[in-house]
Design a protein around this ligand. Structure first.
Ligand SMILES: [Zn+2]
Length: 276
């Protein structure tokens, strides 16, 4: 009896070590295999884990087929990319997908607060601390949450196709635009587009009042420039629950919501998650 129990415990322990981390989903995001897009790679097996550029990749089971849902960075080179799958028995399988070109146009903005374009030394200390905080929140991996790929727009407003724009502030080149801007009046409510847990909130130099919402398995969304933040870290929110209001805090030219979607620590085009 004792032997049997310890045998079962041992077997159970080994099984959970190689736990399959795929989640069952009722919809996948739209596939767009360009820089800033998403590759849906059929695994043709039941992999327990997947990796791309050393980051864990979301594994989703949809209609009986498992897919690696891979976020492709805006900086990705064109051509063949590789992901590595791990099977429950410890085997490694390599899969490939192709990244094709997408032309992102230039955007030139004038910022009157020049410190937000050329920060001073004190600002840089703050900016570096805040980027580290945000990097940590974006690399979160929560297995206990069930990611949902079909999202509702977080705010009623004018959605621009501004993701990926090559940005110039006061004629100086800066990082490409890694989210979608939705213009709305100051005070317009912002809703959770999908269920999740508030991972972080803060007032950041560039992003202003900010929320990072974790949907699980590396799917994480970001809300910036808010007037008010109506949630606290650790809070669970459901689709349609108000999390804050539109504002113009941080580096902005007017009131809007900057909304980013993160997969495997990569910012991808939020439009690929919106149904309509
Ligand atoms: Zn933006």
């Amino acid at each position: 009896m004792t032997f049997m129990r310890s045998f079962m415990l041992l077997t159970f322990g080994l099984l959970s070590m190689h736990n399959v981390l795929a989640v069952e989903v009722t919809a996948l995001p739209e596939e767009l295999t360009v820089p800033g897009g998403i590759a849906l790679v059929p695994t043709n097996t039941m992999a327990s884990r997947a990796y791309y550029d050393n980051d864990a990749v979301l594994l989703a089971e949809f209609e009986g087929q498992q897919y690696a849902v891979v976020g492709i960075p805006l900086s990705a080179a064109l051509g063949q990319h590789t992901i590595t799958l791990q099977t429950p028995n410890g085997q490694e399988i390599v899969k490939h997908f192709q990244v094709s070109d997408k032309e992102y146009v230039e955007q030139r903005l004038t910022i009157t607060n020049t410190r937000q374009v050329n920060p001073n030394n004190d600002d840089m200390v703050r900016i570096n601390r805040e980027s580290a905080e945000m990097r940590e929140a974006f690399s979160s991996w929560d297995d206990s949450l069930q990611p949902v790929f079909q999202m509702r727009p977080p705010v009623d407003g004018i959605r621009s196709s501004s993701f990926g724009l090559r940005r110039f502030f006061n004629d100086q080149p800066r990082a490409p635009h890694s989210g979608m801007d939705i213009a709305a009046d100051e005070g317009t409510p912002i809703f959770a587009p999908a269920p999740g847990v508030i991972r972080a909130t803060g007032n950041y130099f560039f992003n202003g009042n900010t929320i990072i919402l974790d949907h699980g398995h590396g799917l994480i969304t970001l809300y910036c420039h808010m007037n008010t933040i109506d949630v606290e870290p650790g809070m669970r929110v459901e689709t349609g629950e108000q999390i804050g209001k539109v504002g113009q805090t941080g580096r902005v030219t007017g009131p809007h919501l900057h909304w980013s979607v993160n997969l495997n620590n990569v910012r991808v085009d939020p439009a690929l998650f919106l149904t309509e």
